[in-house]
Design a protein. Structure first.
Length: 377
């Protein structure tokens, strides 16, 4: 088999990228024989790879997907402790597996319950423990982690991959960028703003400028994470030029309103661009930021009232309303009581409401507005 000879020649030089390029460009003119069960794993993964390419070229996408699954399994079985040079090949096979799954879904029968993308996700999840628990081959976890996350995110089914943990292996910068992006996404969805900001900042700053779409996608999560931290840290949010360059002026406006404490503009922006924020999966995080904005305004009101009326622990809700209304936040006593109740329950404010007197009792021995940075992950 000519393909085997060319593979052996490049493998002798440990030229993984050369093998990947050679296999990517290879498509047999005629249908290859399917791999026999007695074939060595090297011959088997090359045969099933060639068959997958031929099937795809003839429009038999579902069969091409099945053959690609076999080629991945045979390649993993072929890997040894010193076969890390084959990582580009495994990465190519796994990416192609996901591409075939999405293609096959477009032509599958609508009455079938399991999509090919679901099959792909299941296959990768089954492959993960076999590789991660093998000390000699766990370097293969890197491309599996990256493609596994891509597939799971496509399905909006990231519960399993969120629990995947990479062993201590050396990564190329490109792989680390993708890894840090997915880790940032996990922390972002868990409201661990500090960890999310660290991972996403690394990913954004490490991406070359030519990856505009990927950098923009990262910013949609990075900016809300930075906003959650900016009130108690020196985290910079982003310049007007940044928002303009990445065509995200909506996010720029809401960021400016948040920093300035402008509730009216913040809430108007949230209403006007709700569909966009939902599509980008940041609407709920932004609504949570609204509570931090309220808390910050209440903190300012507390300081103002203390300067004017002394350090009394009891403050009337009417007095707080008067101060925040003057600052542009149109809220009545009933709504303010509900907001304070939520902030107290979540630990963002220390105090006790006194509905009978229409007041709130703040502690005098410690700050009623504890630092939040320590509980942000």
């Amino acid at each position: 088999m000519e393909l085997v000879g060319e593979f052996d020649r490049l493998a002798a030089r440990r030229d993984g990228f050369g093998i990947s390029k050679m296999l990517s460009n290879f498509c047999p003119p005629n249908r290859p024989r399917d791999s026999e069960s007695t074939d060595p794993d090297k011959v088997a993964f090359l045969k099933t790879h060639a068959l997958s390419h031929w099937l795809e070229s003839t429009g038999m996408i579902a069969d091409a997907y099945s053959s690609r699954e076999k080629s991945v399994r045979h390649l993993v079985n072929f890997l040894q402790a010193d076969s890390d040079y084959l990582l580009p090949v495994l990465r190519q096979f796994l990416r192609h597996l996901f591409v075939l799954a999405t293609k096959a879904d477009k032509t599958r029968k609508k009455d079938s319950e399991e999509t090919f993308t679901m099959k792909c996700n299941k296959f990768l999840s089954q492959l993960w423990p076999n590789i991660v628990n093998d000390d000699e081959r766990n370097y293969a976890c890197i491309p599996l982690y990256i493609v596994g996350w891509k597939c799971a995110h496509h399905l909006n089914a990231t519960t399993v991959v969120s629990r995947w943990r990479l062993p201590s292996v050396t990564m190329q910068l490109s792989d680390e960028v993708v890894y840090r992006y997915w880790q940032g996404l996990v922390e972002f969805k868990s409201n661990h703003w500090k960890a999310a900001e660290e991972h996403l900042s690394f990913a954004f700053l490490s991406m070359p400028a030519k990856y505009y779409k990927q950098r923009r996608c990262t910013l949609w999560r990075l900016i809300p994470a930075k906003l959650a931290l900016c009130l108690e840290t020196k985290h910079a949010i982003g310049s007007e030029k940044l928002f303009r360059d990445f065509k995200m002026m909506e996010l720029g406006e809401i960021s400016k309103a948040f920093i300035q404490g402008n509730v009216r503009v913040f809430e108007k922006n949230l209403r006007d661009h709700e569909d966009l924020y939902v599509k980008k999966e940041i609407y709920l995080p932004l609504t949570k930021l609204r509570m931090l904005l309220y808390r910050n305004l209440l903190k300012r009101a507390h300081l103002v009232i203390q300067r004017v009326r002394g350090t009394s622990s009891r403050i009337l809700l009417a007095d707080i309303c008067q101060v925040v209304n003057a600052g542009g936040w149109n809220v009545d006593e009933e709504e303010l009581e509900c907001i304070l109740s939520l902030l107290i329950k979540s630990g963002k404010v220390k105090g006790k409401l006194d509905p009978t007197r229409g007041a709130i009792m703040f502690p005098t021995e410690k700050s009623p507005f504890p630092r939040l940075i320590d509980r942000m992950g």
